[in-house]
Write a protein that binds this ligand. Structure first.
Ligand code: RIB
Length: 307
């Protein structure tokens, strides 16, 4: 039995650090390459493990070289073997372009991730059925997050959805998640798809989701921190300073740290503060995995100018 069950994607990630994005037909030289494990589900599960939380990841890898590598990495991070499933489809892959200012553009071929369903999670029995928290994203089929969210919440678990990448949700699904952690793009899409404001302020868009049945919304705002929206109103959280190198995975680091803090008994405001620390730590490192912090690294972070 784990404290946190993460159900989600694994992608082998291939990152090019380039001075700028190529225009159509252009070749950009002077780039640097790296590859390694990724995928929002795997990143979040590894982040939770590094923060000392007993975590299980349920994910699907292909029967190929990237799947074998992914399994080795996940086991080495201390994630249990029983959640690492295999599919006949190829392992998911992500091609990531990072520009000089750290902003990224990503293309994902999800492969085996699309074969993951609620039936796979339920087939794991009590191993997957008794965690206190469940953390989900939208990088597998949308129905996976909706189905697992409904199932987990009806079983009394606290369910957190990081709605990334940006996708619409059916209106009834908002109530399945105790906390939803969109960035501004994801919030705008969720709001628009549910008939809320098309444009307007973050507050207005978050309020529209609350009206449609969402519980707590925590909007990540990058270098402007975060905003918590609930029935009680709005609360802003200051960002931690960061020397931005690569923004890939900042949302994963934030959501995982928020859940890690809750699993340790923190209040939601304190959990949001830890999420802000984890996001700042992540963007200050190249790649995602090197940017997933330990508890002591986050505890030592201070507000003020970037070091
Ligand atoms: O959130 C970052 C992740 O999104 C990367 O690891 C990559 O797999 C992409 O899907």
């Amino acid at each position: 039995m784990a404290d946190v069950l993460v159900v989600g994607s694994y992608n082998a990630g291939f990152t090019i650090y380039a001075p700028h994005l190529p225009r159509r037909g252009e070749t950009v030289g002077d780039a640097r390459f790296d590859w390694g494990p990724g995928g929002k589900g795997a990143n979040q599960a590894i982040a939770l493990r590094r923060l000392g939380i007993d975590t299980c990841l349920v994910t699907k890898l292909g029967e190929d070289v990237f799947g074998d590598h992914g399994r080795d990495v996940l086991l080495a991070e201390g994630l249990p073997a029983w959640g690492i499933l295999r599919a006949k489809e190829p392992t998911g892959v992500a091609f990531i372009l990072v520009e000089a200012d750290g902003e990224n553009s990503i293309v994902v071929a999800p492969g085996a991730n699309l074969a993951l369903g609620l039936d796979d999670v339920m087939a794991l029995g009590d191993e997957a059925g008794v965690s206190r928290f469940v953390l989900l994203q939208l990088e597998c089929r949308t129905e996976l997050a909706v189905d697992v969210g409904r199932w987990a919440r009806s079983g009394g678990r606290r369910v957190v959805l990081d709605p990334a990448p940006a996708r619409a949700l059916p209106p009834e699904a908002l109530a399945y998640f105790d906390i939803i952690t969109p960035n501004e793009t994801e919030l705008a899409l969720l709001s628009r798809a549910l008939g809320g404001p098309d444009g307007g302020t973050v507050e207005a868009q978050a309020a529209a989701l609350l009206e449609k049945g969402a519980h707590d919304i925590v909007v990540t705002l990058g270098q402007r921190g975060a905003l918590w929206a609930s029935a009680a109103g709005f609360q802003s959280f200051e960002a931690y300073p960061a020397d931005v190198r690569d923004t890939t995975g900042a949302g994963d680091a934030f959501s995982a740290a928020l859940v890690a803090a809750l699993a340790r008994g923190a209040s939601l405001p304190d959990a949001i503060d830890l999420g802000c620390r984890a996001g700042a730590y992540c963007v200050s490192h190249d790649g995602v995995i090197d940017g997933l912090a330990t508890w002591s690294a986050l505890a030592g972070m201070k507000k003020g100018p970037a070091q």
